[in-house]
Design a protein around this ligand. Sequence first.
Ligand code: NOJ
Length: 732
Amino acid sequence: MKKTFILSCTVLLTLCLAGCKSSDKEPAYKDANLSIEKRVNDLLSRMTLDEKILQLNQYATGPNDNPNNIGEVIRRLPSEIGSLIYRTEDPELRNQLQKVAVEETRLGIPIIFGYDVIHGFRTIFPIPLAQAMSWNPELVKQAASVAAKEAWYSGIDWTFAPMIDVARDGRWGRIAEGYGEDPYTTAVFTEAAVQGFQGEDMSEPEKLAACLKHFAGYGACEGGRDYGYTEISRQTLWDTYLPPYEAGVKAGAATVMSAFTNISGVPATINKYLLTDVLKEKWGHDGFIVSDWGAIGQLLNQGATADSMECAVRAFNAGLEMDMMSDCYGKFLKKALEEKKVSLAQIDESVRRILRVKFRKGLFENPYTPSTTPEERFLLPESKALAQKLAEETIVLLKNENHILPLSSKNIGVIGPMVKDNYDVMGCWTAHGNKADVETIWEGLQKEFEGKANLIYAKGCEIEGDDHTGFSEAMNVARRSEIVLLFLGESRWFTGEDANRSQIALPVIQQELLRKIKETGKPIVLVVSSGRAVELGTVEPLCDAIVEMWHPGTVAGTPIARVLSGAVNPSGKLALTFPFSGGQMPIYYNARPGGRPLQGKYTDIQTAPLYEFGHGLSYTTFTYGELKASATTLNKQDKLTVSVDVTNSGDRDGAEVVHWFIRDPVCSITRPMKELKHFEKQMIKVGETKTFTFDVDLLRDFGFVDENGDRFLEAGEYQIIVKDQVLKVEVK
Ligand code: NOJ
């Protein structure tokens, strides 16, 4: 492997000629007492053009674990390379590669090693979409921090996460990777994830540099077709797709990845408005932007450029610093400079940004990964305990007729293709997640119900296909049971990159299984394990209870078993709308009202979704007091506090999430029917009352952004909405 890093003679010769004026004094860039800016500038002043251009490139090393990363070539990589995608979990190999860069190149610039650590590295946490259902940013932050630790000890410096693309069309497989349909929710979890990955100071051990992706509007792919076209007005960009990025930049995210998509005619890769005007100039981001995989070269396919030189020039001049896997910068930037198509000042500025992140990450002081055994860094008991806790909080009780849950039966049929699965339940993008580590649903149930109930299992069918041979055994099991737990769901390949589905219903074979079980007359608890909100409209009436457990990751069994038994009172709530039918998509709660409220309905199905954003049942009941406001008439500079008391009036302790929405009924630009502006989750014991509070910042929460991203607050009536209560306030 080391061999691939041996410099080619020509490069070596050029570098020597350019850099041989050695001095006895340590160069300033090696002095950790100097400011990062001084060090960056000193280093930059010593670099040759070839060295600078090499910093702007990223290639991959190690076996490909992503079927979408196609068209790879094996090549000899110079050790002055800016970055490597590091696809193994062996820190030793990284250290060998790094040693050549740091100790055997002229300037000793460390490589930054990146990887997709999306929801865990070896301990796999619930998919990000599920994490949002917990409404618990603190747990999400902790999960990111565990992921960072496992990855860091495995040789990774930089994660290509969080993925913060608001998504409203479940056909798009990458909906699983983000935090749902709402810009505010996504912004809050973005902040949590960035803090978890980077910590207070990302140069500390066990931390990773974060990367906000995919900038921007990737979730708007038409028809859910990945890599496809997106039609996004500037207003919608600012309303919907940019808020999470702004929050991530404010939270200090080190880097950003541009999206694959074409945004209203201008691909994100060359979108100067986004990459430079907004990100750098308006928001002041001073880290760097990496392209998505091969995206600079793919401008050719998008019809944006005529040749690879033009790809390099347009992406570079738009403000994109690092070329992931296209080799357009490597091959053409020098020539582009000679032809005056790019400037040296711009090359310097781009390299400066990359070096800045490397210094901030502490790579010059600590370029190597300390040695640990896999047992010392992976799947620690506390990491698994956190994975369990987070998974428990992501589970959403969608329906519970006649309080059939929690279970009280003694003979329980456990049926379905997900029951003994240890692979699909990990979800998409599982880094080094290993199915041998997974605790299956079956194992979790056995542990939880041991000595309390008799569990009888039948698989029934596979996730997909038309093999019905398991149906009769499944029906026999159902007949012998008092109640059936039916575990249906999606394979991990139904979601993730390029996992587009034309329909989001459960596969036909699984629906058939459900209908067969229904014929036995036994009550059915449907538990869905999926990476998106699946279409349940037609199967919902057949089920007595429905629970969504998502793709929970390594600790799959215990969380759902504890919810079903009642050991855990479910507290998850939807961070995206469950359509009644896939034909309703895109569907989301914060739409703008139409001109004819009583019309514009579907004529063939209900227009309302099956389950609304924010829906989620508990085993207890919560009684809401009246909404209170510190004032109801305000000047624009005033502060406002609103609160509500919530009492646990049921017979079980439970956690409640209060969602605070606002509405501006009349505005110079039309506004959504409801906009989430704050949420809070609190545990409330039986009989206890807790106060939930929202400190409203009038400009931030009542105001709106225009199509240039400027914020305004207009005088008039505003509504604060919690459940079915509406409190009106007047801003003068
Ligand atoms: C392509 C994906 O779109 C992106 O999310 C990922 O980070 C890169 N490949 C690297 O694997």
